[in-house]
Design a protein. Sequence first.
Length: 110
Amino acid sequence: MEILHLDSEDRDGLVHIALRGELDLSSAAKLQEELRRVEAAAPPVLVLDLSKLVFLDSTGLRCLVTADERAKENGRRVVIVRGPDPVQRVFSITRLEERLEMVDDASAVG
């Protein structure tokens, strides 16, 4: 089991959080804590980069969906950088890729 590592970076108002490892029941609180910290500054765009994530369960998925809901309620955007196939499969099965703003690469976010 890989521990979740988070790297946050402010890029001129766009906050980029790179997730590495596993986002699941045991690590979701770590992401929630970082999201609360980042959201306090009310960045107009929050990028959640899943490209280095190796596992995502329903608890982790819920963290991402609720972050998107909070952003929309406050007139902000959450953009998700697609993860590897096992991670993307969760979005496909739940059809959330149709509801969430997803890109292939963080450089595509403007």
